[in-house]
Each structure stands twice: as C-alpha cells, then as structure tokens.
Design a protein around this ligand. Structure first.
Ligand code: URA
Length: 433
C-alpha cells in the first residue's frame, strides 16, 4: 500500500477502506509517512469529507494508537460527559456530584489546556489541598467509595490524534467536521466510559458558531459513538453568552457550589440537570426524561448532590471549610466595574471576547507554560434580556492588576445594548440520540 495512492483516492472523492485508514495511522505513528503527505490527506478530507464508516474507522484507529483506560474495576455503568468548550462552563462540578448522588459512578479524567480560563483540573486546584494526581488504585477506590473522582489525564490517550491535531493546526485543516468529531471521540473512547453524553455548545463563545454546524458535529459524534459500541447522546446548548455569571477559576467553583446549595442560577442549573438526566437514563437508573429531571431536581434540593461534592473534595485532600465558607476561596486585590455607556436592553454578548478579557486578567493560559491566577476573573452583573440604565454596572473585573482600562473596554464592547426589548436566550436547542 502506498500513501500517495490513498491521498489520490481521497482527493478524487472516493471512500477509503478500513485497511487504508489503519495503514496511514499506523505508519504515520511509526514515522514511516512524512508530515507533508499526511497534510495533503488532511486537506483532501477537508474538501471531500468522510463517510460515517470512514470517520468511525479513523476514530477507532486513533483510539488504538495509545492506551485505553480500563475502568472495569469500577462497579456499575460508567458514563462520561464532555463539553466542546465554552466561557464560564463549570457544569462538571454540578453534574459530577449530581450523577454520583443518583448512585452512578463518575470516573473523570480532565485536562488543563489553553484557553480563557483554566480547565476543570485548574479550577479544582483553587480549593486548597486538592490533589489532582492520584494513583490508579486510589482513583478506582475513590469512585467505588464516593461515586466520584476527577483527576488529571494520565496515560498516553489517542497519541495519533495529538500528532494529527498539531499538523491540522498549522495546515488550516482544523475546521473539518469529520476530523473534529473523530478527534474528540477518540479521546473520549480511550478514557474508558461505557456511555458518553456530549455538551455541544453553539454560539458566539463556542467552537461552532452556527446551530447548523453544531448540529452536524453533534450528529457525527453520536454516530461514531454508536458505531463503536458506546451509547452516545449529544445536547446542543447555548453559548451566545457565558454560562452563569462567573468566569475564572475559584469564582466558577464558588458559583457551582452555590447551585448545589440550591441557588437558582437558572441557565447553569438547567443545563446541569439536562446533562445529568441523559447520563442517568443511559446508565439505566431512571426510565425516562421526566422521572430523571424530577429526581435530579430533588437530589439538589435535599442536599445529597452537595454532600457528594464535599465527600469527593475531602477524599482528594481538599479543605472543605472553604466550601462551607466560600469567601475563603482565593480572591483578588481589585474589583473594577464595567459600566454601561447607554441605557437599554442587552441584545447580544460576545462570549468569546469576555473569555479573552478573563485570560488577560490571568485566569487562563495563552501558552502552555503560563501560570494560572486562581483568584481573578469576571463576575457578570447583566446578561442578554436584562435592562440597564446609563452608568449601571455590566460586569466586575476581579483583578490583581490596578490598570485594567483595556480589559474594561473589551468587556464593554462585548455587550450590544439597544432601546427595544430583547428576548432571553433558550438554553437547550436540541438533543441528538
Ligand atoms: N477539539 C478537539 O479535541 N479536536 C479538534 O479537532 C477540535 C477541537
């Protein structure tokens, strides 16, 4: 088999066989195929697309290029959740304990990564003493005992994806739905769960800006999951504004705990219950959506989900007194207000830009060696649909730098205010099964 023939076949719009896909991944990993040929194939895929069978085969081969986590020592049906990424997304801290409170094991490996704020693991490190590195045995024991553990990613998961992604990043071939879908699903499947719930964000703060693209990505990922024997459900959720009111690290943990304490932060609570409902149905604990949502609402309201969160934090060495008194979480030296230049209703928010502002404050990493400042971030005061008078506070910047004029401008410009009334965003657009 020759790589040049595989490239030509895809360039001409033909379908690659399982053997051809397996050959290209295996030989590329052995460094027998140069980057320039793989770049050409990625570009051919970008233009010609892939069939469902090709996409599933690419995913399977990327999974098999590295370790596959064995979660079989954990009792019960393991369901994982993955978000395609958005601003202010702290749902894992609610969904994890909520699903655990419904007696379903949640064994989660999470990343740090680059972005507007830290990843799940960075956010958890806002809690003094919390350890994100456990031995495999501790991880398994904690899930068996407390039903929930979240650790930093270990092992060599889908290394072929890592290599391909780096190449796609510099050859303008990231934006291909089959390549994105297989990339995300290869890492999820290698993480070992029996079923997967995907939170596919759509809108100004999402990877996919249009509902149509988000839907195509969701459908593609669900098909891959089902073809590779992982029951998969995708929820398409709104990311035209940040989720909740807090963007950062410690402040996101605080907001999630407040939801677990029963505070009605509606968008965040709604999305967390929606994702948890599909996870519990896939695990077979609840029979239907209405039973699941009602039961999960009561697991928040009766304090069981909060108790699961506390047990999980304590089991990983975290100081739970900061959860009991959230004011002890890391904070910042300055609190600067972003004020509205005009009165009216908020019609739009550039969620991406608000994320960039949070990163400038030090809440996220621009390069992988940057340090995160857990105490800084943004607290929104107003969101889409709200009315403001001229001079009202739109947001507060929690900063350790005194001069934040430029960051104030970024946040101010992210808001679109108009005189006529604005409708509030809906949170859930569609569920793909
Ligand atoms: N995120 C991924 O993990 N892979 C992609 O290809 C794009 C976004």
């Amino acid at each position: 088999m020759r790589m040049v023939d595989i490239i030509a076949k895809k360039r001409n719009g033909d379908t690659l066989t399982e053997q051809e896909i397996s050959f290209f991944i295996k030989e590329y990993m052995k460094e027998n195929i140069p980057d320039y040929q793989v770049s050409a194939l990625m570009m051919a895929i970008y233009y010609q697309g892939m069939t469902q069978e090709e996409t599933a085969s690419l995913t399977k081969n990327m999974v098999e290029s590295g370790d596959i986590i064995d979660l079989s020592p954990i009792k019960g049906h393991k369901v994982d959740k993955h978000s395609t990424g958005g601003v202010g997304d702290k749902t894992t801290f609610i969904v994890g304990p909520l699903v655990a409170a419904a007696a379903i094991p949640v064994a989660k490996m999470s990343g740090r990564g680059l972005g507007h704020t830290g990843g799940t693991i960075d956010k958890l490190e806002s809690i003094p003493g919390f350890k994100v590195e456990l031995t495999n045995q501790q991880f398994i024991d904690n899930v068996n005992k407390f039903k929930l553990s979240v650790v930093g990613q270990t092992g060599n998961l889908a290394p072929a994806d890592k290599k391909l992604y780096a190449l796609r990043d510099v050859t303008a071939t990231v934006d291909s739905i089959p390549l994105i879908a297989s990339s995300i699903m290869s890492k999820k499947i290698a993480s070992g769960a029996d079923s997967i719930v995907l939170d596919v964000k759509t809108g100004s703060g999402a990877f996919m800006k249009s509902l149509q693209d988000s839907k195509r990505l969701a459908e593609e990922m669900v098909t891959i999951g089902n073809q590779l024997d992982r029951q998969t459900v995708a929820v398409i959720s709104d990311m035209n504004q940040p989720l909740g009111y807090e963007i950062g690290n410690a402040n996101e943990v605080k907001e999630a705990v407040e939801v677990l304490q029963g505070k009605r932060i509606e968008d965040l609570r709604e999305l967390a219950i929606e994702l948890a409902a599909h996870m519990t149905i896939l695990a077979g604990v609840y029979q239907d959506y209405s039973e699941a949502t009602q039961s999960l609402e009561s697991l928040i309201d009766n304090g069981d989900a909060l108790k699961c969160f506390m047990d999980f934090i304590e089991a990983q060495g975290g100081d739970i007194t900061v959860i009991q008194d959230l004011s002890q979480l890391p904070g910042s030296s300055y609190h600067m207000e972003v004020k509205a230049d005009q009165g009216g209703y908020i019609h739009e928010m550039e969620a991406d830009e608000i994320g960039v502002a949070a990163m400038h404050l030090g809440a996220g990493r621009a390069t992988k060696d940057d340090a995160i400042n857990h105490g800084v971030g943004i607290t929104l005061q107003k969101k889409i649909g709200d009315y403001v008078d001229h001079g009202d506070t739109l947001a507060i910047l929690n900063s350790d730098q005194e001069d934040v004029e430029q960051i104030i401008s970024i946040v101010k410009n992210a808001y679109t205010i108009k005189p006529e009334k604005a409708t509030r965003q809906k949170m859930i657009y569609e569920v793909i099964k």
